[in-house]
Design a protein around this ligand. Structure first.
Ligand code: NAD
Ligand code: AHE
Ligand code: ZN
Ligand code: ZN
Length: 370
């Protein structure tokens, strides 16, 4: 079939909107009509050429929601008409990783996913001239139709609006999940969140949900303050307005250091600050931000010797097929907020505008509706 998609033709280039060829689902695969997709900073990271795993041409996008149109041979858990959220972290429920309660990083399709192909080693997408187009993060939601492995789809309730729940495909689950699943933050904790964008705001609402006491937000953009307060931030710090050392300021503000800190930017210098503002003896710092090729983190080992822990979180530690439908329920029950974070709605033709808004710091989430 033919479908419309935004194609990343090369690093740093604007996405090109065009009709592409899409083959139907093979065994164990599912064809999905994407109804809405968010633009995450990770899409921009790959588009820009910073992603060491980045491949071109590719159809980016990993924060979608849609409807099952066709199922391949042997698919048993989904049927035509089901509403689904694509998962960049699959959940096969049988690999060594899925069977280990310490991780959510199912590896069943991860190797082929990283090479931009389906588990059988081939792509379903091609350009009009027949050139292969890579899949992205196993999702490729910047296309009106896409094909995914059955284990990379969470089935969700049919009354949930696509233009909101697409955000659960990455940002919401990543932020809220990092608090609940990865850090397991206790009520009464003092926390610091670096970066108040699409991920950081969801960390903040996760912290409010679990009853954190002090929720300090750190961002260079003062426009993020009012937003973050709406989701539970209790104190705001703009590093460019702090006299002296930011870490010392945060340690003093939190009465000795953060019980938990979260880096939601992808800046290795800030990752160090996030670790070093954690409380001596027990503070934990969670890296969520994704840093570009060649970037490395550093600190004095003494920071760890004296009881701080450095950890990371992918997709909020969530097991997608199990946890994503529950997060959709939380949204529908009013336990979490999504609507005010969707600051812009765009058509597929306007998708590059979404990346401009992200760079200008004007959007939290721009969502493309098909
Ligand atoms: P975003 O662009 O919406 O937000 C980033 C925020 O950081 C902005 O508000 C910006 O003003 C602020 N910022 C930038 N530099 C800063 C600095 N030096 N100090 C303080 N604030 C600063 O991005 P996002 O969509 O929220 O994504 C954030 C990061 O999380 C990205 O690196 C993204 O790739 C990553 N991410 C990781 C996962 C995961 O599973 N680990 C999931 C989604 C996104
Ligand atoms: N390809 C990059 C790493 C990108 C990365 O860390 N991705 C996160 C999700 S970001 C979603 O917005 C993730 O889940 N990582 C785990 C995984 O298996 O990819 C690189 O540096 O090579
Ligand atoms: Zn993302
Ligand atoms: Zn698995």
């Amino acid at each position: 079939m033919k479908t419309r998609a935004a194609v990343a033709t090369g690093p740093g280039k604007p996405l090109e909107i065009m009709e592409v060829n899409l083959e139907g689902p093979r065994a164990g695969e599912v064809l999905v009509e994407i109804k809405a997709t968010g633009l995450c900073h990770t899409d921009e990271f790959t588009r820009s050429g910073d992603d060491p795993e980045g491949l071109f041409p590719a159809i980016l996008g990993h924060e979608g929601a849609g409807v099952v149109v066709e199922v391949g041979e042997g698919v048993t858990s989904l049927e035509v008409g089901d509403h689904v959220i694509p998962l960049y972290t699959a959940e096969c429920r049988e690999c060594e990783y899925c069977l280990n309660p310490k991780t959510n990083l199912c590896q069943k399709v991860r190797a082929t996913q990283g090479k931009g192909v389906m588990p059988d080693g081939t792509s379903r997408f091609s350009l009009p001239d027949g050139t292969m187009i890579h899949h992205y993060m196993g999702c490729s939601t910047f296309a009106n139709h896409t094909v995914l492995p059955e284990i990379s789809l969470a089935k969700v309730r049919k009354d949930a609006p696509f233009d909101k729940i697409c955000y659960i495909g990455c940002g919401v689950t990543t932020g809220v999940g990092a608090v609940i699943n990865t850090a397991k933050v206790e009520p009464g904790s003092n926390c610091v969140v670096f970066g108040l964008g699409g991920i950081g705001l969801n960390v903040i609402q996760g912290l409010r949900m679990v009853g954190a006491d002090m929720i300090v937000g750190v961002d260079l953009n003062n426009d993020k303050k009012a937003f973050a307060e709406q989701f539970g931030m209790t104190h705001f710090v703009n590093p460019s307005e702090v006299d002296g050392d930011l870490v010392a300021h945060l340690v003093e503000l939190t009465g000795g250091g953060a019980d938990y800190s979260f880096e939601c930017i992808g800046n290795v210098n800030v990752m160090r600050q996030a670790l070093e503002c954690a409380h001596k003896g027990w503070g934990e710092s969670i890296i969520i931000g994704v840093a570009g090729a060649g970037q490395e983190i550093s600190t004095r080992p003494f920071q760890l010797v004296t009881g701080r822990s450095w950890r990371g979180s992918a997709f909020g530690g969530a097991r997608g097929r199990t946890d994503v439908p529950k997060i959709v329920d939380w949204y529908m029950q009013g336990k979490i907020d999504i609507d005010p974070m969707i600051t812009h709605k765009l058509s597929l033709d306007e998708i590059n505008k979404g990346f401009e808004l992200m760079h200008e710091g004007k959007s939290i989430r721009a969502v493309v509706e098909f």
